[in-house]
Write a protein that binds this ligand. Structure first.
Ligand code: FEO
Length: 173
């Protein structure tokens, strides 16, 4: 495997692991603050990020590279409110998108079209994740300080989590 591509894939493995841990922190904060629906959504999201990580690990190893499992930073323990949770989520996903775009760029520079093809799945996934975070934030801005609206938002997230299939069924592999 091209060493530059391998290094970029390993950096991405670390970022997906960090994302999983970050959303786990959001899930735990939500659960502790009585937001059961949001917690459920975040636990599922954390699982999805772990799946993104595993998919990369398997790809690197199957292509003759060596996937590295590295240290990840400690995620925040506290969030100001639900809006702050989703603002953090969007900011994080924007950084992940930049990293994926950088990976695509390296694949093209190194003429590694197989990895380029593989990474397209992540390009689509990032589009979806950023759009979802923006939709949630728009809703929260409309709700403002309305407690009834917040209750319904949390309940909607619980239903959304139930409708979603587990990551392994969504994408195969
Ligand atoms: Fe797998 Fe949300 O980045």
């Amino acid at each position: 495997m091209n060493p530059r591509v391998e290094k970029a894939l390993n950096d991405q493995i670390q970022k997906e692991a960090s994302s999983s841990q970050y959303y786990l922190a959001m899930a735990s904060w939500s659960e502790a603050n009585g937001l059961g629906g949001t917690a459920k959504f975040m636990y599922a999201h954390s699982d999805e990020e772990r799946f993104h990580m595993l998919k990369l690990i398997k790809f690197v190893n199957e292509r003759g590279g060596r996937a590295e499992i590295s240290e990840i930073s400690i995620p925040p323990k506290e969030f100001n409110d639900l809006k702050n949770v989703f603002e953090s989520l969007l900011a994080h996903e924007i950084r992940v998108t930049e990293s994926i775009n950088n990976l695509v760029d390296i694949c093209l520079q190194e003429k590694d079209y197989t990895t380029h093809n593989f990474v397209q799945w992540y390009v689509s996934e990032q589009l979806e994740e950023e759009a979802l975070a923006r939709t949630m934030l728009d809703k929260l801005r409309l709700i403002g300080d309305n407690q009834g609206g917040m209750y319904l938002f949390d309940r909607d997230l619980e239903n959304a989590s139930q409708e979603k299939s587990p990551p392994t069924q969504q994408t195969g592999n």
